[in-house]
Design a protein around this ligand. Sequence first.
Ligand code: ADP
Ligand code: F6P
Length: 323
Amino acid sequence: MIQKIGILTSGGDSPGMNACIRAVVRTGLYHNIQVLGFRKGYEGLIDNDFVELSRESVSGIIHKGGTMLKTARCPRFLTKEGQQKAVDHLLLNKLDGLVIIGGDGSFRGAIDLSKQIKLPIMGCAGTIDNDLVGTDFTIGYDTAINTVIDAIDKIRDTAESHDRVFVIEVMGRDAGLIALRSAIGGGAEALLVPELKNDLSALLEKMKKWRSTKCSKIIVVAEGDESGGAYKVADLIRKNSPELELRVTVLGHIQRGGNPSCMERVNASMVGFHAVKALLAGRKNELVGIVNNQIVYTPFEKAVKHHLSLKKDLEELIEVLSN
Ligand code: ADP
Ligand code: F6P
């Protein structure tokens, strides 16, 4: 019997988390389940800081970025004592289930919890990085890449006017998926991502051909690339091709904010709805994702294993189109 569940958002915030919270709360209430919202991710479990969520408390949030429950990176949860407090408070509140919205770190935390308490946990992938196995698009990714595209379009205007080369750094702690899609969508001339090795030397070689052409060029670099980021890449380019006029833009946290796209809101609502349905159906310790428009469930252990490769067709696409 599922009568009372908890929900929290953890790790980096991402647009669409609110839509997911709303879906979990309203699906829960529809099934007569009481929903407690823990504030600031694992901090809320450790400090027993929660609020009971009603239908009205999630009104007017579907279109808002960020998370109404707040979130945190929580070093205390990495300690034995921190995890014990979290377990104690889950037991104290007599929860029958927990929904965690977060990224790979948050689900590593969920794996730890599941070893210490027999509480069914379901996960919804909330991160702009899109670096989880078991879903095509994590909550926040679509909005983030659209934010990046908007920025690239604007930079392209000024780059074209001046015949300049721009190195644009985008987020992605260990993954180049934001960089990949925004480079394709923004028509970038080059891409540097951790999944593709030795691409920097290939880029420097390719740039020699740019010396004679007077036009704008966009290079998209993922922050996690082995080159060390946009400023380091720019230094190398300046040494290699000093005649090119070069500028750097690091997009930073604007990628994490903003109103979620329609696709984001729909997907976030779907996975939130199915997380509660999964708890009711007796599922546990899995990520709810959408793969090829189908709801799929992936054990946390597998979901956190981001594979360091890109979809071959997308890799080829960028290679051919940026030529
Ligand atoms: P995200 O979930 O977006 O990847 P983090 O990596 O910061 O963000 O993880 C969120 C929180 O999850 C961390 O602050 C920590 O409390 C917990 N966490 C992260 N990694 C682990 C781990 N290996 N084991 C247990 N808990 C973890
Ligand atoms: O995990 C999402 C993310 O935005 C990464 O792309 C980035 O490396 C990291 O979070 C930044 O984290 P913080 O906001 O804690 O500095």
